[in-house]
Design a protein around this ligand. Structure first.
Ligand SMILES: O=c1ccn([C@@H]2O[C@H](COP(=O)(O)O)[C@@H](O)[C@H]2O)c(=O)[nH]1
Length: 246
């Protein structure tokens, strides 16, 4: 059986190539893949990505959260295909044509295409924040709307918070991928995340993959933190309560 910890993508958010490589080596074999995003890509570009994950490295989740007109997003996805990411992100709020353009660009890679995931509502936002950007509906309603739009426009799945996983699993079906950040073991600080759950809670709700960054990477001993999370997942630790000091 595949260990549940292999469903964790460790988010390495840094500008430093040596630091990113060191972190990737420290969590290698404990987590299932590496997520690199805007911070690292802006500083190090495609060559930096290759230096961290290599040709035969762990699965890559390239989290660039593309959001632009359809032509530009499609071209952005196509330009990233040589990196062979397992997953790439776009924003669902870019609309149906933009999502379709990303899906079509990914499909052009054939069998080893990246799965396109549409970001719904960022896990750092709550109902009050949504209201301030003119979306005066409960977060869960907006997430569901954007997830259904993404599914119907050709995306393989979405990025959502653990709080919406059960709702989306019911609304979008068993095969729609739910990639879930906003994950905090009970011993970790929430930081800027607002909609959070423990790894065990998120998996129990039906998440396919978990994204975990600072609880591992900001630890004095990232390898030990990753192993601790893997052990908690295996033992079902953290079914109640979450978060620490923000
Ligand atoms: O809604 C979202 C979408 C993406 N993220 C990304 O996940 C990681 C989370 O890192 P932590 O250190 O575990 O908070 C980070 O790279 C975000 O860009 C997200 O948090 N929420």
């Amino acid at each position: 059986m595949i260990p549940a910890a292999s469903r964790v993508f460790c988010s390495i958010d840094t500008t430093e190539i040596d630091g990113a490589r060191r972190l990737a080596a420290q969590v290698n074999g404990v987590v299932g893949g590496i997520k690199l995003g805007l911070e690292f890509f802006s500083a190090q570009g495609p060559a930096g990505i290759r230096a961290v994950v290599g040709e035969d490295g762990p699965p890559l989740f390239l989290d660039l959260k593309l959001h632009d007109i359809p032509n530009t997003v499609g071209a952005g996805v196509r330009a990233a295909l040589p990196l062979k990411p397992a997953f790439m992100t776009i924003h669902s709020s870019g609309g149906p044509a933009m999502i379709r353009a990303a899906a079509d660009a990914a499909a052009s890679a054939g069998a080893i295409r990246p799965k396109i995931l549409a970001v719904t509502v960022l896990t750092s936002l709550d109902d009050g924040d949504l209201g301030k950007v003119g979306q005066s509906v409960p977060v869960a309603d907006q997430v569901t709307r954007l997830a259904l739009l993404a599914r119907d426009s050709g995306a393989d799945g979405v990025v959502c918070s653990p709080a919406e996983v059960a709702i989306l699993r019911a609304a979008c079906g068993p095969d729609f991928i739910l990639m879930v950040p906003g994950i905090r073991p009970v011993w970790a600080a929430a930081n800027d995340q607002k909609r959070i759950m423990t790894p065990v809670q998120a998996l129990a709700a039906g998440a396919d993959h978990l994204v975990i960054g600072r609880p591992i990477t900001a630890s004095d001993d990232p390898a030990a933190a990753a192993r601790r999370i893997a052990a908690e997942i295996a033992e079902g630790v953290g079914t109640e309560g979450v978060g620490g000091a923000a």
